[in-house]
Design a protein around this ligand. Structure first.
Ligand code: DQA
Length: 144
């Protein structure tokens, strides 16, 4: 199974960005963690990050035929982007939504998730383990 892990805006600043919320480990550590979980499941991951909404749309469109599924942390675009929702639906991508924090327990504007309207499942509030659970879910090795 080939899994594309996509991270949206400000997730390049993991480790320095609001560490009380997002932790002190950086995006290289997250990539290593995801590779480790994927290897345990016999899957492959490619991880990408962008601060740009349209780039996420492009990557979702291009994933069709190249990846079996996407683990998507669209970050702030989760709560605003109809374009990302439409891209997921347009190519019929298999998407699992992830968040490091639990957006529903934060500010009211984080309660809406456009990504969640097209995602088959959401894992949130568990830091890096949200990604681990998403990868295991996609590999059919989830505890859920
Ligand atoms: C986030 C939650 C979003 O609300 C926020 O805008 C982010 C990160 C998370 O991983 O917890 O940038 O997606």
């Amino acid at each position: 199974m080939k899994i594309l892990v996509l991270n949206g805006p400000n997730l390049n600043l993991l480790g320095v960005r609001e560490p009380s919320l997002y932790g002190r480990r950086d995006s290289a550590a997250l990539e290593g963690y995801c590779r480790g979980v994927a290897a345990e499941c016999g899957a492959e991951v490619e991880m990408r990050q962008t601060n740009h909404e349209g780039v996420l749309v492009d990557w979702i469109q291009q994933s069709a035929g190249a990846f079996d599924a996407i683990v998507l942390n669209a970050a702030a675009y989760t709560h605003t982007s109809v374009a990302i929702l439409d891209a997921i639906k347009a190519v019929g991508a298999r998407v699992v939504e992830v968040h490091l924090t639990e957006p529903k327990e934060r500010e009211p504007f984080r309660r809406v998730s456009y990504v969640g309207m097209a995602a088959e499942k959401t894992f949130s509030g568990k830091g890096f383990d949200s990604y681990g659970e998403a990868i295991r879910h996609l590999c059919g090795k989830a505890a859920d």
